[in-house]
Design a protein around this ligand. Structure first.
Ligand SMILES: Nc1ncnc2c1ncn2[C@@H]1O[C@H](COP(=O)(O)OP(=O)(O)O)[C@@H](O)[C@H]1O
Ligand SMILES: C[C@@](O)(CCOP(=O)(O)O)CC(=O)O
Length: 315
């Protein structure tokens, strides 16, 4: 038996970093996907093949002994094998359209699609249960994940998230394109978050004013998303980027990419942790090609996406 599932990546549209201090963030699923295929095999092994590497482990290997980035898949396979007392193994293939490690949710998309494909070999289950399993799997590599990324990858569309109230789906279906440009600078979310903490501790008053302004901005954004107000959203992106510059998560390359993208888009900003990773620029059909060619002319790697409203898909 073979089962297959796919899940989208994500971007943070507004609110990264401030979300750590209780402000709302807005995330959206993007139409770039990870597809996972799983099949039961007679050997007593878990075999994983992906574009980022391959791994073969025996069924009795303990999770603590595994340091591979493919660990979440081992966790998922082991969990289902144990639950159903199965003596055979599982083979897993991962195909991804999402660059890894640049804030576009590749790890969450892997965990969500992996949880769905692997559990479907054994049982029929709900999206909610798959999400729970995916978050557990992601915790094997990122202990402190909030679960926000896995949630948006499971349900698709737009979502607001804050630490206190958790997640809620935003029902609006705005019609825009995002151009994503990749700085190809690796970053560690943990390190950047800790740098921002230091900035906050040295600038408590300034930081608290920015948090207040960011909250007002996110509340305005929710209305603009409902009205598909791209001019307004672009202006908010520019304003949000000013705060991200102040808290120190930008750098020369990101600034240059944003400057180029801003020439023809409604607005552009860093998405995710910053310090590297990606920027997003808001566009519609009228300016999409122009933004892409301007970025490419300057040798910046970029591609366009739309919001994915489907979320997890199993087939
Ligand atoms: N194509 C892939 N195949 C298998 N695992 C992947 C793949 N892409 C990403 N991952 C997993 O996600 C991790 C990257 O996650 P992370 O650094 O948070 O980046 P992102 O922001 O893209 O989620 C990888 O180390 C690996 O565990
Ligand atoms: C910087 C932060 O707000 C988002 C990090 O986003 P990403 O891992 O780059 O997608 C951290 C967090 O919310 O835990």
């Amino acid at each position: 038996m073979i089962s297959k599932a796919s899940a989208p990546g994500k971007v943070i549209l507004f609110g990264e970093h401030f979300v750590v201090y209780g402000i709302k963030a807005i995330l959206c699923a993007i139409d770039k996907r990870v597809t996972v295929t799983a099949e039961k095999i007679p050997e007593n092994k878990i075999i994983i093949k992906s574009n980022i590497g391959e791994l073969e482990v025996s069924l009795n290997k303990s999770m603590n002994e595994i340091s591979s980035p493919l660990k979440p898949f081992v966790y998922l396979a082991n969990k289902m094998i144990k639950k159903y007392n199965q003596s055979e193994g599982i083979k897993i293939y991962v195909k991804s359209e999402i660059p890894s490690g640049v804030g576009l949710g590749s790890s969450s998309a892997c965990c969500v699609a992996g949880a769905a494909a692997i559990s479907k070999l054994f049982e029929k289950t709900s999206k909610e249960k798959i999400l729970e399993l995916a978050i557990e799997a992601e915790r094997t590599i990122f202990q402190n994940t909030s679960g926000a990324d896995c949630t948006v990858c499971t349900f698709g569309g737009l979502m607001e998230y804050d630490k206190e109230k958790g997640f809620s789906q935003i029902k609006s279906e705005p019609n825009f394109h995002l151009v994503i440009a990749n700085s190809n600078i690796e970053h560690s979310t943990e390190v950047v978050v800790s740098n921002v903490k230091q900035f906050k501790e040295k600038n408590e008053e300034k930081f608290s004013i920015m948090c207040q302004k960011e909250l007002e901005l996110v509340n305005r954004v929710k209305i603009m998303l409902k009205n598909n107000d791209l001019q307004g959203l672009g202006k908010c992106m520019k304003d949000n980027q000013k705060f991200l510059e102040i808290i120190g998560i930008s750098n020369e390359k990101l600034r240059k990419m944003i400057e180029k993208a801003e020439n023809s888009s409604f607005g552009a900003k860093i998405t995710g942790a910053g310090g590297g990773g990606c920027i997003i620029a808001l566009s519609d059909e009228s300016n999409l090609e122009k933004i892409i060619s301007e970025l490419k002319m300057n040798d910046y790697e970029c591609f366009s996406v739309k919001i994915d409203f489907k979320g997890l898909d199993t087939f």
